[in-house]
Structures are given as structure tokens and as C-alpha cells.
Write a protein that binds this ligand. Sequence first.
Ligand code: ME8
Length: 512
Amino acid sequence: ATKPSLLPKQCFITTPIFYANGEPHLGHAYSGIIADIFHRFSLLLGSESRLITGTDEHGQKIAQTALSRQQSTQEFVDATSKAFQALWPQLAIEPNVFIRTTAEDHQAHIQDIWTTLESQNDIYLGQYSGEYCVACEQYYPPRELVDNRLCPVHKQPVVQVEEQTYLFRLDKYRIALIEYYQTHPNVIAPQHFQNTIIEQLKSAPLADLSISRINNKWGIQVPSHHQHTVYVWIDALFSYITAIQRTGAQKADIANTQHILGKDILLFHAVYWPAFLLALNLPLPKKLIVHGWWTIDGEKISKSNPETTVNPSVFAKQLTTDGLRYALVRQKPLYRDGNVVLDEFAELINADLLNTLANLVKRNHTLIAKVFAGKITLEEVGQLDLECATFVDQLTPCLKDIVNAYQDGDLHQVTKVILALLVELNGFFHHRAPWLVRKGQPAHKSKQTCLVVTNFIRELAWLSSPIIPKLSQRIIAELGEQPCSVLRQGRLVFEGIAVKSANSHWQRVEIA
Ligand code: ME8
């Protein structure tokens, strides 16, 4: 049978590439986990998905931080990039490409692009003056500054810069961008971000964008003018394509990409990035999935706020890897901001993963193993009784809802539907009390109950495997690696079941 293609065969999922100016924190972990979840889901659908992440290693901010630590800039970025690379396996994130912007192939790629843009007259040498935030590596119009010339993100003073710079004719692509977003209403998820971008594009012409720096030596040299280095954001955005090319794919395969990003960098991804791609005659990415911020005591977790920068592997140790991944997507819709409260995370994990999922699996599998010798066939149960058949009919559509929620980029909704289905399954299991077979309940009634519950457990294990890969894989292994229905787009195919073992154990999470 041919696999339904909900996603192109080959697709790319990216995280932002993170500034190598400090250790990774929970905000970075969040982007990484979300990207890994979508990547694992695409793999389940049968796509050749590739997960791309990396570190953004150029720019004044990084050079300044290295200097303040009395390290050479190269040594400094080597060490921070390693810290990011070491984090991912601790969060069960499995990238296919880890791109560093200091890599040679990337530098050559950027110089190539520059030469093309320059030869097409998309960029010209001019003068720029404005208020620059080094921490953001971006200019701010005065109206966006807060509290007497502070950067709105870092609340640090901006610097007045007036210098020679290359400029990109951004407005040349404004109408094409508006048309693109109007004819492709689901590019940015959630949608309200797309509406904001359309309004912004319609409201006024776009100013030419400064795309080189003359006072920063730590960057990729502009090929035609060695005093200039390429603006870090051009360098960073095109790393997506350098990475795609490393997998053996073509530049144009950027069309099969889903970018995961924080709302702080939406403008770069929703306006500048597609404008550059249009200039180079490349297709625009499939989707931008935008997420909000995690805060600690109301303060945005950020490198410039050391009290918030607990290494995420510490959280993963306290909550377990699956637990952390689950709590981050269960606690709030992706696009909202949320406060990290470990006790609340632990409560969610214990309530949902331990009490509602793992305990049901254990009771059901143990019963099957002990009372039914680990096996129930379709033939022996015969036609489902009315209560079972009704239950199956009513709950099967939830499986499709889960698949749809993944495809809409709504992971919070995925966890809500999975949980609702598990609550129903628990209710059904308790109401039908299949353990009463030991006290005289007819065996076929108990078998039907267990068969129904196990079929749903198998589907739910597959459907939750992108989020909680370790626990799901254990459940799937207990059932002997049955095929995954995600490929059937959420249709439930009822199968006989065999429980290979029933010793799955899920530890209660306690926060000291
Ligand atoms: O912006 N909560 O890198 P960056 C949630 N190099 N997510 C957070 C977060 C928080 N408190 N803090 C950071 C850059 N993030 C550029 C990107 S891409 C071509 C270049 C996440 O190290 C979020 O995804 O400042 C945000 O967009 C990203 O980290 C910014 O990381």
C-alpha cells in the first residue's frame, strides 16, 4: 500500500541557531524540544525529515563577551557551541545537522550569496545612522525604545551608530510578500502572527536594511569590500540553507522547511528572510511555528539575566527527559508566555503521565499477561458488545484530531486530546472492571475490554511518541512493536494484541 503523503517525502525542521555567547538555557531547550517533536512526527508520517540546529557565532556581541572573559573569540565560540551540542542528547533531541556559522562551507556560501545580491543591484553602499542594540544585534527605531533610550528587550542602553554600510532594498519585495501571505494563509502558526505581519507590510514602505558592519571584525568578510563584515542576521538565516545542502539536498528544498522560532525573531523570519529568498529566486519555506517565552518569577529567561539561566539538563534530571518535554508543551499553548514553576510541572507529570497513562498501561498489561497468557485474538472475542462498539466509535475520531493538531502546529492541543482520550479510557476500564474475570465475570467480556483498551493504548503510544519518546517506546515494546496508525491518518485498525511484558515502571517525580 502506498503511504499517504501529508508531508513531502523530504522535509527539514529547524530551530533558530543560537548565539554562542553563553550557555544554553531553558528557552533554547524549548525551541529544540518543539522542533524535535515536529521532526519525530514527520518521521512517523513516513517523511525523510531532517532536524537542523546550530550556533550563531559571529557579531560584535560575541566578540565583546569573549574579550570580557579574556578568551580568544574562536576558543570562546568553540566552547559555547560544544555546550549546545552536549545538551541535545540529554533532552532526547536528535539533530541531523548541527551548523556552526564559523564553518568554512557556510562562510563561502554567504560570500556567494552576497556577490549575487550585489550583482543584481539588490544591495548598495550607503550610510546608516540609528540606535543599535548590540545584545539584539539590531537597529531600533526611536519609537520602539523604552525608558529613555533603552532596548525594549534587554532594557540596556542602545548605542548611536552612524557609519558606512551596505543596504538591502527591502521594499522591492514588499508587495510580493503581501501577496504571498494573502494567498497562503497558513504559513505562520498561530495565525494571528501572520495577520500582524500582513498589516505591518501594508502599513508603510519598508526602509532599506543595513546588512554590513564596518566596525566589527568578527564576521564574514564582504567579498568586494574587506573593511565590511556581513550583518550577522544574513549570515544566520542563510545557515538554514547551508545545513540543507549538507544533507545532499538542493537550495530550492528550503520550500519543504518548517522553522521553529521565538516571537522575538518573527520579523527576521517573516519579512527579511522571505525577502532575501525572493531576491535569490528561491521558494519560501512552508511554515513558521512561533512560540512565546518562558519566564522565571515573571522575568524572561535570557542570557543577560544570569538568575534565569539554569542549565536545562538540570531540569531534565529533576523531571526526567520525557517529563520535561511533556510539561513544556502541556503547560501552555506554544505562542503564550509561561512561568516556569517546577512544582507545577511535577504535578502535571505525575497526574498525566504516571496516574493517567502509565498506571492504566500497567494494570491493563498485567491483567492480560497474568489472566490471558499475554494474548487476545480477534477471533476469540468475536463481535464487540454494544458498549465496546459504541465506545470505539465515539473515541476513534480523537485519533484523527491528534494528527490534525500536530499538522496545525498546535502541540498543546495534541496533549489535551491525548489526555482527554486517556481519561475516557480510564473511565471505561474502571466501569467495565475486567479484573472481575477472577470473580466470575465472563472471560469474553473482560477480553473485549482489554482488547479495546490495548488498541487505543497502542495508538496513543505512537501518537505521543514525538513528545515522550522514552515512555512511549517502552509501551510500544511491551506490545511487541506493532505498526503505527499515524500512517493511516488516525484511522483505528482493530488488531489482536499480544503483551510481551508488563513491567513498565514510571517513577513519581518529586521536587526536593
Ligand atoms: O536570536 N523562552 O539567538 P538567541 C522561550 N541567533 N524561548 C526562548 C527564550 C525564552 N525565555 N529565550 C530564547 C538568536 N528563546 C539568533 C537566531 S536564527 C537564524 C538566528 C529561544 O540565542 C527562542 O526560540 O538569542 C528565541 O527565538 C531564540 O531562543 C533566540 O536565541
